[in-house]
Design a protein around this ligand. Structure first.
Ligand code: FMN
Length: 183
């Protein structure tokens, strides 16, 4: 058996975390690994929100089933299915008015973001980090969308949380199309 298969077979969700910060640049590397995932028509229909603000973390914890590790974790990433960015870009470049809200768009973006998130998860585990997806971020859609300032046609998927603590508040975009900002 090769090491990648061995690692995949050893996956376990982790719900207790140390406060050890991630090494500089690792989070960006994990996101790059996520962006390397296959994507339907390569539109990468997702956005990732890094929730760094402790107050927002505390609110999110309560909104997402009062799961303590949402607040305690070093990093908390919300992976969003996002059809807004691509359709708006298409509209800008082609002049065609996009039709939004179709089931196909929901499927495409949900598959894209799940593949991307799982790449991030596997990459995180490969460097010894622990994580757990949090489906409860789909709870209370109005409140959580408002907290994360989600525009229409962007929806939340479970999060993974590499362990270690961060107080970073800077926002940045990666070179490619995945929006990565703090919340
Ligand atoms: C879509 C999805 C949503 C999940 N939501 C939660 C959650 O809200 N809280 C939690 O503690 N675990 C959550 N999990 C983790 C699952 O409970 C876990 O993956 C499952 O029990 C299998 O355990 P394992 O990951 O250790 O193999 C979620 C997993 C997935 C894939």
């Amino acid at each position: 058996m090769n090491p990648i298969i061995e690692q995949l077979k050893q996956h376990r969700s982790i719900r207790k975390f140390t406060d050890q910060p991630l090494p500089e640049g690792l989070l960006e590397t994990l996101i790059e690994a996520g962006q390397a995932a296959s994507s339907g028509n390569n539109i990468q229909a997702y956005s990732v929100i890094r929730v760094a603000n402790p107050e927002n973390r505390a609110k999110l914890r309560l909104l997402a089933g009062d799961q303590a590790y949402i607040e305690e974790a070093a990093e908390f990433l919300v992976f969003c299915a996002d059809m807004k960015r691509n359709t708006e870009a298409t509209a800008r470049t082609t002049g065609i008015d996009p039709v939004m809200g179709m089931t196909e768009q929901l499927l495409v973006s949900t598959v894209d973001v799940a593949l991307m998130a799982q790449n991030v998860a596997i990459a995180a585990e490969s460097v010894g980090l622990g994580l757990v997806y949090i489906g409860a971020v789909r709870n209370k859609p109005a409140e959580i969308s408002a907290l994360l300032q989600l525009p229409k046609h962007v929806s939340r998927l479970p999060c993974s949380r590499p362990r270690s603590e961060t107080s970073l508040t800077s926002c940045f975009h990666t070179e490619t199309r995945c929006l990565f900002r703090c919340g």
